[in-house]
Design a protein around this ligand. Sequence first.
Ligand code: DLL
Length: 443
Amino acid sequence: MSILNTEITAIPATDPGLPDTEELMSREEIEALQLTRLQQTLRHAYDNVAAYRELYDAHGVGPDDLQTLEDLAKFPFTDKEFLRAAYPFKAFAVPMEQVRRVHASSGTTGRPTVVGYTDADIDSWATLLARCLRYSGVRPGDLVHNAYGYGLFTGGLGAHYGIEKLKATVIPMSGGQSEKQVQLIQDFKPRVILCTPTYLLALADSFRAAGVDPKDTSLEVAVLGAEPWTDRMRHEIEQTFALKACDIYGLSEVMGPGVAGESVERQDGSTIWEDHFRPEIIDPISEEVLRTGEHGELVFTTLTKQALPMIRYRTHDLTRLLPGSERPGHRRMGRITGRSDDMIILRGVNLFPSQIEEIALEIKELSPHFQLRLARPGKMDEMTVHIERRAETSAEDAETAGAVLARQIKVKVGSSCKISVEEPGSLGRSSGKLRRIYDQRPQ
Ligand code: DLL
């Protein structure tokens, strides 16, 4: 078996509060490293996973066909179906006794996708998570309230190991029990919180219900991800809590949280850790590889994973690549504007919940709590935006604001929709990923 990950264990155990060697590499160094690691990964996958061997043999390609980074385009894509067909463990490239942990994505339909990690995989995941946290302003010694869900979801345990690796102190709270969260945050006084952006807003409500202004908590840094959020939502969260909010991105199939993280100094999009992942952006229809800066679907190839190498994995996340900034060797990603499977097609117009979020948050009478309900009462599809008014806004003013929202959606997105202004706190909250779309149209 080819052994990946050797370089990772060779990283000197430097001060966890300082950038590591690979983080600081130049673009040339990163690309040289990527080429070697890609060749190793392809060989490892081909030799040890029957599904890869069959896929590549059918396409007439093999590990030796990759001589340059551009040669990656010769290889076929993989997706959730590739993993589902290998359910539960057939995509693993190491013997089961070397798999130290599994996680699984819930998946709304069908079988979950199962992912696995060797000892070295867990170690590099923790290293990358620690890197993200430090980059987002967390320091060794900080008290970190981890409200990502523990369990099969990668958020809780993924972040947990990273917090420990950074030599910070973890409060393994998990999601839910908002009153308890509020109490522990007041009693323990963590400087940092990790959770989904919408859950942090739900916690703001719980603080207010407990008679505490969220601005008065000990929280100074929030590292938020696992669901799409906009810069307006960042602004809303930062104002509500008087803290700095940074993005963290990842997906189970590729590792979990920590594939990319955001610099607290710049807050200019998440930096993809390209020593471990080679990103591509493709046109989701033609599957053609697009250039840096062009919008399309994000595709990842893992470069160091032993248990579950993923090659050209289609994430369905829509975004673009941007040049590196704070870490020039590693490119950044723009905000995820949506997932190709979350796109609403309303009477021929494509729209994403993030567009509605962006527009709604410009209207001060309306809150960031909304749901999109789709129905087909007659021949035509209809969308109703159910949105809570802000507590300090009167019902009458909120109705006027609702009409403004409908007009803005028409102008900016091109769709007519109905608005239903709801009472504060009446729409459901989620302790993890929030569901925004409720599609009641007949299939
Ligand atoms: O959500 C891993 C994670 C946990 C990331 C905690 C960040 C923090 P999955 O459950 O496999 O893994 O879901 C992955 O969530 O393909 C995106 O659609 C979405 N997603 C994750 N992070 C972000 C983000 C975790 N920062 C899917 N912005 C991904 C937008 C995100 N979408």
